[in-house]
Write a protein that binds this ligand. Structure first.
Ligand code: G3P
Ligand code: MG
Length: 272
């Protein structure tokens, strides 16, 4: 079985970006629980704690998505890699969402506020525990490895992620992506049977089709801002899937699917 056999052949896929992040704090267990039954796949981001634990967080720093500023033992610039996993466990990754209402969804829906008030504190998740949860719930995943090139985990990031995927025996259930295409090459060398996808923002690499063939990816995951119909058709004709992030308007999602895009990453899986 290969990764794409998890889905019906011609189905367009909805990927919950960082979990259902318009109604729960991104990359938390509450966001992944909410995604169940609302999407075909969940996407999340992987970074590393100082002691080398693969943790689920988008930013390099803790400020935006936790209450780190309320904890005296943490100091600016609050880099994730400067703290051990045991320290990160002291932080709450859920309350900022209620305070900031980043998508305006709480303001619009009184019921959502009371649901959020009932939630427990959201602790940082490890890749290990998230994969266990997803496997139990038969949910397919896109694991995005954040670029660790400024850290001492650059050399081992891809290998570590792969090790955890293998531990859970989930090679058929995950696609691994990264903006750092070196990691994709490393994964291909270590485990050529695992699905990998090249993330891209700002501009396309030169000689894109040849470039992607060289990476051994089946998927190209561009930013919506650099995606157009000609690109999608060219890549589809060359045999690639195109999966576009981040698309939140239903009309844009439909347009992309009509162009031949295979999947979209959306913050609103509950509406699609
Ligand atoms: O994998 C799609 C998307 O998550 C890439 O961008 O910054 O949201 O991780 P970002
Ligand atoms: Mg991501």
């Amino acid at each position: 079985m290969n990764f794409w056999d998890n889905f019906e052949k011609d189905k367009h896929l909805i990927i919950a970006h960082r979990g259902a992040r318009s109604i729960r704090a991104e990359n938390t267990m509450s966001a992944f629980v909410q995604s169940l039954g609302k999407c075909d796949m969940v996407e999340f981001d992987v970074g590393f704690s100082r002691d080398g634990v693969a943790v689920i967080i988008h930013d390099d720093t803790l400020e935006r998505t936790s209450d780190v500023r309320d904890h005296k033992e943490f100091k600016a610039p609050y880099n994730v890699v400067d703290y051990d996993y045991a320290q990160l466990l002291k932080l709450d990754f859920g309350s900022w969402f209620v305070k900031e209402d980043p998508f305006g969804t709480i303001k619009k829906d009184e019921g959502l506020k009371s649901e959020l008030d009932k939630l427990d504190i959201q602790r940082i998740l490890t890749l290990d525990e998230l994969l266990a949860f997803l496997k139990k719930n038969k949910m397919i995943a896109n694991i995005e490895i954040k670029d660790a090139k400024e850290t001492r985990f650059d050399e081992i990031a891809a290998k570590e992620v792969l090790k955890i995927v293998e531990k859970h025996n989930m090679k058929d259930m995950v696609c691994i992506s990264s903006f750092n295409h070196e990691y994709l090459k490393q994964i291909h060398d270590l485990a050529p049977d695992i699905e990998i996808a090249a993330l891209q923002e700002d501009h396309h690499p030169a000689n894109l089709v040849e470039y992607l063939k060289g990476l051994h990816v089946k998927s190209y995951n561009p930013d919506f801002d650099i995606t157009d119909e000609t690109l999608v058709k060219k890549l589809n004709n060359a045999g690639f899937f195109v999966n576009v992030y981040t698309v939140n308007k239903r009309s844009d999602i439909e347009k992309l699917f009509n162009w031949g895009v295979k999947s979209v990453f959306t913050d609103f899986p509950q509406e699609n």
